[in-house]
Design a protein around this ligand. Structure first.
Ligand code: DX5
Ligand code: ZN
Length: 224
């Protein structure tokens, strides 16, 4: 089944399973899927690009059988080109990779789209907008990190969020701008006002016992 990224123009909350209970992932995912959200954010870490290790294709292939959500994989890994096919085979619908490790991403973005998945381009808090400027229009989504990648539950970096506005000017309204790190019912207002439309939240959803209420609180905080 082909699952498409929701068309730009709506605000989408994308729960990150990083803060979920990995011993009962299918259950955790079903709790958020029931609320009507469309995107699930999957954080992949290699212990090399970031100082932490999470999940890879075998786990994703298993959870794929339990969910119809759009699987938005965020590859925090040093060699995304080498592993993309394995993630596509496992069932992801989007691959977001870091500009810091693929500084000339034109061919890789094309390869991803030719393989039937969308392409996201991510920049770390300290990476300037100028690094993605030439390639931004080729991607389906730009991911602005508002924490240093590697761990859930960190504090939101406002300076990094300020890049959303110039990026929105570059990409126009048809490309999604996702924001990741420290998003909760308070910071959601700031990033949505700056022009982000796809809000990843890990701790603010899976760190709470009432997941539907947590998602609703973030949705309500969005300003548009
Ligand atoms: C951080 C990951 C995030 C993380 C966000 O390296 O890319 O997706 O899960 O977690 P919170 O929402 O807890 O900051
Ligand atoms: Zn992420």
């Amino acid at each position: 089944m082909i699952i498409k990224m929701p068309k730009a123009g709506t605000i989408e909350i994308a729960p990150s399973i990083l803060s979920a209970d990995f011993a009962k992932l299918a259950d955790e995912i079903s709790q958020v899927e029931k609320t009507g959200i469309k995107i699930l954010h999957l954080d992949v870490m290699d212990g090399h690009f970031v100082p932490n290790i999470t999940i890879g294709p075998p786990v994703i292939a298993k959870i794929r059988k339990h969910s119809n959500l759009f699987f938005d994989s965020h590859l925090m890994i040093s060699e995304p080109e080498k592993y993309a096919d394995a993630f596509i085979k496992a069932g992801v619908n989007n691959i977001t990779f870091h500009i810091e490790v693929v500084p000339n991403p034109t061919d890789f973005i094309k390869k991803l789209r030719d393989s039937g998945v969308s392409a996201g381009l991510c920049l770390n808090p300290e990476t300037p907008v100028s690094k993605i400027e030439k390639f931004a229009h080729l991607a389906d989504m730009i991911l602005v990190m508002t924490v240093h990648p590697g761990f859930g539950g960190q504090s939101f970096i406002l300076e990094a969020a300020k890049k959303i506005k110039p990026i929105r000017q570059i990409v126009g309204k048809d490309i999604r701008i996702e924001v990741d790190g420290g998003i909760d019912a308070e910071t959601a207002g700031i990033v949505s006002e700056l022009g982000a439309d796809t809000l990843v939240a890990g701790n603010a959803i899976f760190g709470k016992s009432d997941r539907p209420a947590a998602i609703e609180a973030i949705q309500k905080a969005c300003r548009r």
